[in-house]
Design a protein around this ligand. Structure first.
Ligand code: FES
Length: 165
């Protein structure tokens, strides 16, 4: 998509108040909000590109980079933080080979991101997995052992689907 051709944004019209909806549409159709798509939104809704980019990077449901098949969100809200989710985050990034400053594994299967409180603090520390079919799994009382089993299961599913060898 180019700035001159916002082909997925017909129903959003030209009203700046439709910025979130426009970002949702692009995220859903293209899998992420690229700089080109952000420029197209800015042009169509007549809002500054910097505003589109700040909104796209503020909310965890949007991503400015291509996402993995499995999107893993690690809660770093206060309860999960105290209960050890930073160690779980480090473990996931290490076991999936995701370097600092990056979010997605090199095989394109996993994206790992930090999020604020997921509103299920009684199960802390909490990790959620957004599956390719749109469903969501909540992993409560997460620890490296539980996460290792989860990763193995997701890799197994990916092999069955033919996404990886
Ligand atoms: S702090 Fe993690 S679910 Fe609330």
């Amino acid at each position: 998509m180019t700035a001159a051709e916002p082909k997925h944004l017909k129903k959003e019209g030209t009203k700046p108040k439709n910025l979130i909806q426009a970002l949702k549409t692009i995220q859903q159709v293209e899998g992420h909000v690229s700089p080109e798509s952000a420029r197209a939104i800015a042009q169509q809704l007549r809002v500054p590109y910097s505003e589109v980019f700040s909104v796209a990077t503020f909310y965890h449901l949007f991503s400015t980079e291509p996402l993995g098949k499995y999107r893993i969100y690690v809660c770093t809200g206060i309860t999960c933080y105290i209960k050890g989710n930073m160690e779980n985050l480090k473990y996931l990034k290490s076991v999936l080979g995701i370097k600092d400053g990056h979010h997605t594994s090199s095989d394109g299967l996993f994206t790992v991101k930090e999020v604020s409180c997921l509103s299920c603090c009684s199960h802390a520390p909490v990790v959620t997995v957004h599956m390719p079919d749109g469903t969501k799994r909540i992993v409560g009382r997460a620890n490296p052992e539980v996460l290792q089993k989860m990763i193995s299961e997701l890799r197994h599913l990916a092999r069955k689907k033919g996404w990886v060898k």
